[in-house]
Design a protein around this ligand. Sequence first.
Ligand SMILES: NC(=O)c1ccc[n+]([C@@H]2O[C@H](COP(=O)([O-])OP(=O)(O)OC[C@H]3O[C@@H](n4cnc5c(N)ncnc54)[C@H](O)[C@@H]3O)[C@@H](O)[C@H]2O)c1
Length: 248
Amino acid sequence: MELSNQVALITGAARGIGKAIAVKLYQEGAHIVLNDIVSEAEINQTLQEIKNSTNEVMGIRADITQLAEVERMIQEVVSKWGKINILVNNAGIIRDSLLIRMKEEDWDEVIKVNLKGAFNCSKTVAKYMMKQKTGGKIVNIASVIGLVGNIGQANYAASKAGIIGLTKSVAKELALRNINVNAVAPGFIETEMTKKLPEKIRQGLQQQIPLKRLGTVEDVAQVVCFLVSPAADYITGQVIKVDGGMVM
Ligand SMILES: NC(=O)c1ccc[n+]([C@@H]2O[C@H](COP(=O)([O-])OP(=O)(O)OC[C@H]3O[C@@H](n4cnc5c(N)ncnc54)[C@H](O)[C@@H]3O)[C@@H](O)[C@H]2O)c1
């Protein structure tokens, strides 16, 4: 398996896209560290669903917006395995409303989780990756909304555009250390959030997508898996859209 003996940390992985990424990397042989801010019981439930082989899983409840919590989390990972090879910055939130109605705290919270959280984790993990001298892989989950914007999502679009800038800058900074940094920009993906959409809106969305369907969490996880594998050793600083051709 391509990821045997690799240690991979995935943020916001108790459910949705993050969970699918954890499942996929686990199936490819990686040891998985599943981070989320939800309860430990919920994290353990997801771990139980994932673990079915000899490679290990570990759950760490931490708020990625708090640098001290992120440092404690990475320290815990390195104490257990002596290394960290892969980071997937997946945790993200939405607090949608039109610009003139958007509350200051909704702006701050989205930027804090989606952008500062990725900064905190990348900064802390990069230090260990540099010390290890074995290179590493970082993948940031952006969104096509960060590329094209969306009505009612000024905060979210800004955070995801920020993630793309962060990806490219960190890719340039860490390239000499053999650390590849890329972003994946999903389009509309079938998750709890999109399942609740009224049928009419759903059909309208599908019409805008050349492949005529919403994406699955596995569609995203497979691309992340490729980017953290040796097959992508010569790819860095890229933004790969997983959107059925919606934005081109
Ligand atoms: N679902 C989509 O259609 C879609 C499209 C484009 C991009 N994305 C991006 O993909 C990522 C995952 O989205 P999803 O649909 O699976 O969302 P989700 O809400 O199902 O999962 C996000 C997870 O992040 C966790 N989280 C939130 N704040 C956190 C914090 N401070 N610290 C640690 N964990 C925290 C949540 O508890 C949750 O488990 C997000 O970054 C999202 O912006 C999703």
